[in-house]
Design a protein around this ligand. Sequence first.
Ligand code: IMP
Length: 429
Amino acid sequence: MKSPAKKGLAQILVGGQWGDEGKGKIIDVLMEHTDVVVRSQGGNNAGHTVEVGSEKFVLHLIPSGILRPGRLCVIGNGTVIDPVSILEEIRGLEARGIKTKGRLFISDRAHLVLPYHRLIDAGRESQKGRKIGTTKRGIGPAYGDKIARIGFRMHDLLDPDTFSTKLRAQCRAINADCRARNWEQVNIPATLRDLAAAARDLQPYIVETVDLLHRWRQAGKSFLFEGAQGTFLDIDFGTYPYVTSSNTTAAGACTGSGFPPHAIDRVIGVVKAYTTRVGEGPMPSQDDALGDYLHGLGREFGATTGRARRCGWFDAVLVRFARIINGVDQWAVTNLDGLDALDRIPVCVAYSLDGKRLNAPPSSITDLARCRPILKTFKGWRRDTSGIRSWRKLPAEARAYLDALAHLTGSPITTISVGPGREQTFSCP
Ligand code: IMP
């Protein structure tokens, strides 16, 4: 990877598309030279896959930096945490010999995802005309409670008696509502029991993380803020309402952790060499034949839900917009090898809407759904790139394709990934 993190360097890594860009793997590579990794938004709707040697890890909430011995991991205030599910993740790591105590710190300000959030998520998804295609992990309802100021936070787990009393009352009120809507209701005794147990086991991990980050910054440690989901799932800038409920863009790293904006040195955007999306919502460059081809290779199935992802050509209109919002200094391009067998590779360079050419996505999804992609086609390289380890050795057509992506999106490509392994990553000149 280009420019290993120097002392004190703070970098943000964001997804430039609709999530699943391969961020987990790039984070894992960057962590070789970074001391602290921070998750600042989202919850266990995310799924970061990292392959280390012959072992495969899928992490949902715990930063993938945990896989590098000695690195420190923080889950910031901007996240939403399902206490039972994060404990399962912790136990899964410990069972595979990865120590978490003294390395994993969870903000006491982070909000809780509770069983009723999952039921409400599922209930809303079942309503006609309201389907977003969520992961049904309760993310939207948990963030909704946060904004409505009726949520529970991690520090509530530290006062079990008060928490249990308040939670019982909340569950009863929610059950009355669910009954009226014919939605599944929460099992209150099981919820109280499971959460009391989770609270006990999570206690050693719950801390005030702002001061921790501040002290580490003063001590000259380097930081990586790992984004979950992607720019077009951002609650403000994404394809609303087909988005997640947090700020997945670079600024979310600061509000979601308490790390000051002026202390950020660099923003790295991660994009696939093509485009994928899970769930509902418009996707102008979608091409089902490309989807069939990639699924046929066993690629593009969700790490969290196992759903087949929708696939399309690289959409430079979206990625250019992502560069602007996030202030992307450099790109990492992943899954280049997914295109290896193709003769011709189209790229969406602009949209056409009502006879006009658009260079940026419209804000309204009704308009976005009517946009037709203007495609420019590149010559395929028809060679296996998964064993290539340097820019120089890439086929000329692949280099031309990547040069075009950099040109169309306005920032240099500094990293290429040609497979899931750590070693299948190299820098560009
Ligand atoms: P939610 O985050 O579960 O509320 O789902 C909202 C939308 O974001 C749906 O379209 C999901 O498929 C999508 N989404 C959430 N997390 C991820 C992710 O990690 N990768 C890709 N899509 C995601």
